[in-house]
Design a protein around this ligand. Structure first.
Ligand SMILES: [Mg+2]
Length: 199
């Protein structure tokens, strides 16, 4: 599996379109087990990212691209998810610094670093029905070179059936079983867009 700067840019533009398309669904889910702002937050952030990526077609390397995306998300995405997604891209920026192409275990390691950043920032662990439940199996599948889309399908299905024990959703307790976590859904949309460009 290989990721290049131009392909990552394409993936992020695709992610922006996907998140926009799922904006209402993300908002509805967050209304059920949160505060109802996730769709709007993700839309605002990724529309800003889209604007920047369209204005600047070429980036020096994967690190420069990741850094700009991370900073934009931190500035524009509100709620709990802004700093979490921002942190993931800031971690990518570190891992991808000076590289125009990353593949194999190096790519897996970058996604592990991003996941560790999210866990640290959110003080969260796998199994709490958050975006970590999507990012963790994703980097493990990259490490093991297993099917990434099938992994995301399974991770989403498993996350949906868990009880939320972290963040605002945890106040809803057992009522969260059977309702998808909005951050898990938005993460899967982002990661699926990346899978599409991996060669
Ligand atoms: Mg929210």
């Amino acid at each position: 599996m290989k990721l290049s700067t131009e392909e990552f840019r394409k993936a992020l533009l695709k992610a922006a379109a996907e998140l926009e398309q799922h904006k209402d669904e993300l908002t509805d889910l967050d209304r059920e087990i949160g505060d109802g702002d996730h769709g709007i937050n993700m839309s605002r952030g990724f529309q800003a990212v889209q604007k920047e990526l369209e204005a600047q077609e070429e980036y020096e390397d994967l690190g420069a691209l990741s850094k700009q995306v991370g900073m934009t998300l931190i500035k524009t995405v509100g709620g709990a998810s802004g700093p979490l997604y921002g942190t993931a891209f800031v971690k990518f920026a570190g891992a991808f610094k000076g590289k125009t192409e990353v593949e194999g275990q190096e790519l897996a390691a970058a996604f592990k670093e991003a996941t560790d950043g999210i866990k640290m920032r959110g003080k969260s662990e796998f199994g709490q029905k958050t975006m970590v439940d999507i990012w963790t199996p994703f980097y493990e599948a990259l490490e093991q070179e297993s099917d990434l889309n099938a992994t995301l399908d399974q991770a989403l299905a498993d996350t949906k059936e868990r009880v939320a024990t972290k963040g605002r959703a945890s106040y809803f307790g057992d009522a969260t079983v059977g309702v998808q976590d909005p951050g898990a859904l938005s993460s899967s949309l982002l990661l699926r867009s990346i899978v599409e460009v991996l060669s």
